[in-house]
Ligand binder design. Sequence first.
Ligand SMILES: Cc1ncc(C[n+]2csc(CCOP(=O)(O)OP(=O)(O)O)c2C)c(N)n1
Ligand code: SF4
Ligand SMILES: [Mg+2]
Length: 351
Amino acid sequence: MTYLAKPKLRHPHLPENALGYTHRDYEGAVSTLCAGCGHDSISAAIVQAYFELSIPPHRVAKLSGIGCSSKTPTYFLSASHGFNSVHGRMPSVLTGAALANRDLIYLGVSGDGDSASIGLGQFAHCLRRGVNMTYIVENNGVYGLTKGQFSATADRGSKSKMGVGNQDSPIDLVSMAILLGATFVARSFSGDKAQLVPLIKAAIEHQGAAFIDCISPCVTFNNHPDSTKSYDYVRAHNDAVNYLDVIEGRGAITADYAPGSVETVTQHDGSILRLRKLEAGYDPTDKLRAVTYLQEHQAAGEIVTGLLYLHSEPESLHDRLHMVTVPLNALSTPELCPGSAALEELNAAWR
Ligand SMILES: Cc1ncc(C[n+]2csc(CCOP(=O)(O)OP(=O)(O)O)c2C)c(N)n1
Ligand code: SF4
Ligand SMILES: [Mg+2]
């Protein structure tokens, strides 16, 4: 096996973030994916998002399942915690880790096979529970790692590289995520970094279940003229309803926009999202309208992208379970075992 190492030399004047880190501090190993794979562009967007937010890499936990997409955490954030789980099981491993240590910043990376086929149940329960995380599906409509079988997100009528037509209805992960109770839902395209990077940053800042479905063409098995997940098809049918322009922790807003074209949304943690509206009738806070809009445009063959749904005051799983505010491994023995008097009191309360 050949390991490709990145050269240690770097340009002496690389831009630094507030922590004094450069891009290089957020990168990982050299990718072994096929040249041109959309997943590599998503990795680059993830590197940029964490760099721009000046998040210390050791505060991040990245988890994935199995697939080319699930391999990608190796290619970014090499100084972060990482767990490559079983096929389709990333959400439950992430949920457990988040409950045990709420101080880390959780990133789940998955594929359409991993999340919409074998892991559909896990995907659903993780979102409905409101786990505080960023969950990205790198969606190419096929099982890339096992040589290009249709996944559950493949559109009806789209054809495989060998010319076989897909006859099953597709699963639309964003519509499902909205209905399941995710409080931040977006769709983007690996070929549109200007849209994707701010969406990832906003998802990281969101203190609840944030889901991004990112169309990510598989150049080896699903990038031909009869595919609806190819670069050409997505570029021709991309219907962006909005763009996020500025997400600044708590700083001043300096950008200048025409009145009415920009909506400012303050999230629970005080971070600010500036939403540049492209589609006048689209309101990302209207859940039912968002689902209807998505279905209408899907029926017309369009791929709606942007911030599709946002609940700016999410309630996370920790809130619902009234969890302690510190990681469980920080609890002392007296806190974990408060003694027989406390046990007696508890038992008495149930008599
Ligand atoms: C339990 C189990 N079943 C099947 C497989 C075989 N398998 C590995 S990856 C994969 C599909 C991956 O597809 P996706 O999640 O879309 O990732 P991609 O490779 O397309 O990025 C399958 C079926 C497996 N590893 N484990
Ligand atoms: S097989 Fe497809 S998904 Fe996997 S690395 Fe190659 S292009 Fe990417
Ligand atoms: Mg796939």
